[in-house]
Design a binder for this molecule. Structure first.
Ligand code: PLP
Length: 407
């Protein structure tokens, strides 16, 4: 099925989607983005629809104070994250990061926020910097404050030696380390050792460790990266899947930090009109409970993502193609280079080289009914647990890669 030229040339504005497809009149696109990883059950899943009906039929309304659905969701979150002593709800991931950094600063007056290359933490001034090749921060946006630039230090993802050197240099004044434990910009599997290093370094040097699991929570084996690698961060951020399509995020605080806040008698402001939004809480609770009760479906999706990765990578190897699929459980990315990439700096270095060819590749996929995410992060949903569709997607991707990226 070919989509007409007018559609391809116009800015795409989506409206309707069901399961693994975005519907466009009589046409459709297989979705590989699912609202940047939010719609984990698939579009318009019956759990989502039933939740909306329940909300309306019961005359449930909105309250800016506590409500029973926030309490229910907190209990479900505790099932996945038993180490959370306190849970603070927020409206967006960026808000949760802002507040996590506030908690961290309330605990210690040390200056530096250490960020890890390749991590993305959303639209907040304090982290809107990207590392140059020498790791010094450059602003991603106009309008940022010099003080935020002075407060941020980068360490290279998955490079223990270089990270340790930098941490040792600034150790006396490091407030916290903020990291996306598996970066969606380069989802590599061999990351456990690095994360363990960060955990032990933080413990030894009394630095607060903050895990941004906004993408990874609920879509990885055992429900989170921290559980998979048995790591206990001080503060954790979760979001995206948590609201099943509605705006939400949450901060989980460990017992150690919670006790410290009490001991130091810190008053930290957490308010927000929409932070316990009843509808987000209700939908979020039903969606996360569904995931809790259908662990096998998540495991099956992980297997199917492995099939995707292996098939495309073996096609790449056989056909001498300059690309490679990287995957961590259900997070995938195609990097348009067959060289082994260790971190995002190396990946971004290649970006300019392939950007024209990549646009052609993305258009080729569109013509063949596949929506490739703008940010390049493939975040499949449980609606992808269908081998026939996976094989179709794999075949089109292979043909596209051969057409544009053969060496
Ligand atoms: C890992 C990570 N952290 C934080 C954020 C920011 O979340 P939000 O867009 O809800 O503010 C995002 C958003 O994509 C993210 O991927």
């Amino acid at each position: 099925m070919i989509l007409n030229e007018i559609f391809l040339k116009s800015k795409i504005n989506f409206e309707i989607a069901k399961g693994n497809k975005i519907i466009l009149g009589k046409n459709f696109l297989f979705d590989l983005s699912y609202c940047s990883g939010v719609i984990f059950l698939g579009h318009n899943h019956y759990i989502f629809k039933e939740s909306l009906k329940f909300f309306l039929n019961k005359n449930i309304s909105f309250f800016s104070n506590s409500n029973i659905y926030a309490v229910k969701l907190a209990k479900t979150i505790k099932h996945f994250f038993s180490n959370f002593k306190k849970i603070i709800f927020c409206s967006t991931g960026s808000e949760s990061i802002t507040k996590a950094l506030r908690i961290s600063r309330a605990m210690s007056s040390k200056q530096f926020i250490v960020c890890v290359t390749g991590s993305w933490h959303g639209s907040l001034d304090q982290t809107l910097f990207s590392p140059k090749k020498n790791l010094s921060p450059i602003p991603i946006s106009s309008g940022l404050k010099d003080i935020d630039k002075e407060n941020i230090i980068f360490i290279p993802y998955n490079d223990i030696n270089k990270s340790k050197k930098i941490l040792d240099k600034y150790n006396y004044n490091i407030n916290c380390i903020l990291v996306e434990p598996v970066t969606a910009s380069l989802p590599i599997k061999e990351i456990g050792l690095y994360l363990k290093f960060l955990e032990s370094y933080c413990k030894k040097n009394k630095i607060i460790l903050i895990f941004d699991e906004i993408i990874t929570a609920f879509r990885t084996q055992k429900g989170s990266v921290q559980k998979k690698f048995n790591i206990k961060p001080d503060i954790t951020l979760i979001g995206k899947i948590l609201g099943g399509g509605l705006p939400i995020a949450a901060i989980g605080i460990s017992k150690k930090i919670s006790d410290k806040i009490n001991k130091l008698k810190r008053r930290i402001f957490f308010g927000g009109t929409f932070s316990g939004n009843t509808l987000s809480m209700l939908v979020g609770n039903n969606v996360t409970n569904y995931i809790k009760n259908n662990k096998k479906l998540v495991d099956k999706l992980i297997k199917n993502c492995e099939i995707f990765e292996n098939k495309v990578n073996s096609f790449i190897a056989k056909n001498n193609i300059d690309a490679k699929v990287y995957r961590f459980d259900t997070i995938l990315r195609i990097v348009f280079s067959s060289n082994t990439i260790q971190n995002r700096i190396q990946k971004d270095f290649l970006k300019k080289k392939y950007s024209k060819k990549k646009n052609k590749f993305v258009n080729f996929l569109l013509k063949n009914n596949i929506y490739y995410p703008k940010n390049g992060i493939i975040l499949p949903s449980l609606a992808n647990n269908n081998l026939k569709d996976i094989n179709y997607i794999v075949n089109v991707i292979c043909v596209g890669l051969k057409k544009y990226f053969k060496k």
